[in-house]
Design a protein around this ligand. Sequence first.
Ligand code: AMP
Length: 141
Amino acid sequence: MAEPTVFDRILDGKIPCHRVYEDDHVLAFLDIGPLSAGHTLVIPKERVAQLHELSDDAAAALGRVLPRLCRAVMHVTGATAYNVLQNNGSAAHQEVRHVHFHIIPRFKGSGLEIGWEPGSLDEGRADKVAQKIRIALAATL
Ligand code: AMP
């Protein structure tokens, strides 16, 4: 079994957090290293590392409360822009191996920078890739 993560220890009550929301499936709390005021983490109580491993029920529970949590964070911080960031795997900058969504209010000078270097979609290959994904989806439903 994998080593418990810091979020497992929070869920188990072994270390404290600044809780903002909790239900049977979801816990949300302030990030200990905020990129901006109000930076909040939303985690499932289901203990899996990456989003694709999450059960449909846990995913639905997260999806139900995520917009509501965003509204509350925006209301309290007064931010008019925010990012919802969800990292999977070390190459994607995931440090804590327990699924989590960051809600990061954006203000001038807040600490999130996103490099974005778009390519252009190759129409010929796009058809094949889209079809392969449709087939993979059908196989895993
Ligand atoms: P990630 O890079 O997406 O895995 O982000 C992990 C986040 O967890 C970072 O933003 C950390 O600041 C945050 N974090 C780590 N330990 C704690 C903790 N004990 N309480 C709250 N947030 C934490």
